[in-house]
Design a protein around this ligand. Structure first.
Ligand SMILES: Nc1ncnc2c1ncn2[C@@H]1O[C@H](COP(=O)(O)OP(=O)(O)OP(=O)(O)O)[C@@H](O)[C@H]1O
Ligand SMILES: [Mg+2]
Length: 498
């Protein structure tokens, strides 16, 4: 499994979370068990000590009921002392029932001097017990003690014997069994945790692989998609919601790529076509000229046509280069403050000349407010490129308006944007072409032959408008005329009074 993979990380995450939970759970389980077992030991010690005290009290009663003389006489006559026998039997059966053989028992006087001591431990051990068991004549005390590495639980219980003597019973019982049990529990917990973690990490890896299988499928499909089959899509079937989202995003991206590729292809074929036509004309002219010897005037004619076509080629290439720079390099613009009224008056001069040359009427319409205070309509723009934008619109208006028509340039401002309109009474644009006229190389079918042009003018105009945070709109009626509106954001403006 690769270490830097989701599968590996998910497995590690599952396993570590489970490990922490198991450790906490096992810790609590172990502590509770240990507490219960120790509690059991303490209860056992309390029971044993109180039983011993009870037996001692029985002997105490017995010794009070018979005088020493009577006891001696009974012994001499060989008469069995029944009460004593009963108490002795009780003592023996209690000793068996309480299983005191492994315990260390000692009865001390109130100064800690041993009166009776169990003989099941050697003298040295008895000394260690005595050293470690603290004497308390007031309270019952429970304590862990260690004798040569072996742990004992010990109890110290003071009691009153014969209503006069304060005695202390001390009893210590080995904790081996409890400790063995706890060790076994610890061992099983350890093994259990390891087994559970092993199973979880395997299952975690298995399930993560299942969950991530669609990712691998998507990767495989995407890997196989090349520029030749961008129309392929990744199937969404049986995928989880998140995966479906990813697949949809991939498919949407493929769709965008497919469109861009189609656009680039179309654009390249347009470029090739546009460049091929003038070249074909030049070649045709030259071949014709070379087919036989010609008069100098004929050669001049061929050179004239060729020069025109070369100029056309240069213009197309220049326009294309400029368009590419406008679209991809906003730094080509040098912005400055422009007074729209003055700027439009300048543009209108040019319109007027062109219109007059073709026998068209022209008009500039500015609202009186602008004329009175031209400072109030200022935009931030690149004069050179804006001039190029408007000249394209005006050239079109002149080109597509028959003699006797009219071209109107007007300015309207509303809110924070200005709209400069170039309207003509020309041939208009068919509705089906309206949303294509801004495409590169698009020229309406009817004008293709009639008017010269490469179909780049409007595309360039729109790029320039957009680079100024503006846009271009178009309204047209075939046979009636066309209105192009250039919308630009203004810095200062007055309300439109028109
Ligand atoms: N004012 C107009 N009236 C009618 N049709 C127009 C007008 N302006 C543009 N068009 C149509 O839109 C097409 C695209 O215009 P655009 O300015 O991009 O190209 P062009 O004028 O043909 O060539 P270029 O401007 O590159 O010399 C034109 O060919 C024409 O069909
Ligand atoms: Mg044009």
């Amino acid at each position: 499994m690769i270490r830097n993979s989701i599968r590996f990380k998910a497995s590690i995450l599952y396993t570590s979370v489970l490990f922490v939970i198991l450790v906490i759970f096992s810790g609590v389980l172990f502590s509770v068990t240990r507490y219960v077992l120790y509690q059991g030991l303490d209860d056992e010690l309390r029971l044993k000590s109180s039983e011993i005290v009870n037996i001692l009290k029985s002997y105490e009663k017995l010794s009070r009921s018979e005088t020493p003389h009577q006891h001696l006489l009974n012994k001499l006559l060989g008469i069995e002392d029944r009460a004593r026998l009963i108490v002795d039997d009780l003592w023996r059966s209690d000793m068996d029932a309480l299983n005191l053989k492994k315990d260390y028992i000692v009865i001390l006087d109130f100064q800690g001097r041993p009166i009776i001591r169990s003989q099941n431990f050697d003298a040295e051990t008895a000394r260690v017990f005595q050293e470690q068991l603290p004497l308390s004549v007031d309270f019952m005390v429970l304590k862990n003690i260690r004798k040569t590495g072996r742990p004992f639980r010990a109890l110290n219980l003071p009691f009153l014997y014969n209503s006069r003597n304060l005695l202390v019973i001390q009893i210590a019982t080995p904790m081996d069994a409890v400790i063995r049990m706890l060790n076994q529990l610890l061992y099983f917990i350890g093994i259990g945790i390891l087994v559970i973690l092993g199973i979880t990490s395997f299952m975690g890896g298995f399930f993560t692989r299942r969950i991530l299988r669609p990712v691998l499928n998507v990767t495989r499909i995407v890997d196989n998609i090349s520029h030749k089959d961008l129309n392929r899509r990744i199937p969404e079937m049986a995928a989880d919601a998140e995966m479906r989202q990813l697949i949809r995003s991939c498919n949407a991206m493929l769709e965008r790529l497919e469109k861009s590729f189609a656009h680039v292809n179309e654009f390249s074929s347009h470029v090739a076509h546009e460049l091929k036509t003038p070249l074909a004309i030049i070649r045709g002219e030259m071949e014709l000229a070379l087919s036989r010897t010609r008069e100098p005037a004929e050669y001049e004619q061929v050179l004239q046509v060729s020069l025109e076509e070369v100029n056309r080629l240069i213009r197309i290439i220049k326009d294309l280069l400029l368009l590419a720079r406008l679209d991809y390099n906003p730094d080509v613009f040098q912005f400055e403050k422009i007074h729209l009224t003055a700027f439009l008056e300048e543009i209108y001069e040019y319109t007027h000349i062109l219109a007059e040359q073709k026998g068209l009427f022209s008009e500039l319409r500015l609202s009186p407010a602008f004329q009175a205070s031209p400072n109030q309509s200022v935009i931030e723009g690149d004069k050179l490129h804006l001039r190029r934008l408007f000249l394209n619109l005006i050239n079109n208006a002149v080109k597509f308006t028959p003699k006797g028509g009219k071209i109107t340039v007007s300015l309207a401002v509303s809110g924070r944007s200005a709209e400069i309109r170039v309207a003509d009474t020309g041939v208009g644009i068919a509705e089906k072409d309206l949303n294509r006229i801004f495409d590169k190389f698009f020229r309406s079918g009817s004008q293709k032959q009639a008017e010269p042009g490469s179909g780049l003018g409007l595309s360039m105009a729109r790029s320039i408008a957009r680079a100024h945070q503006g846009d271009i709109t178009v309204h047209s009626r075939p046979g009636e005329g066309t209105v192009f509106g250039v919308i630009l954001p203004v810095i200062f403006s007055v309300p439109d009074n028109n």
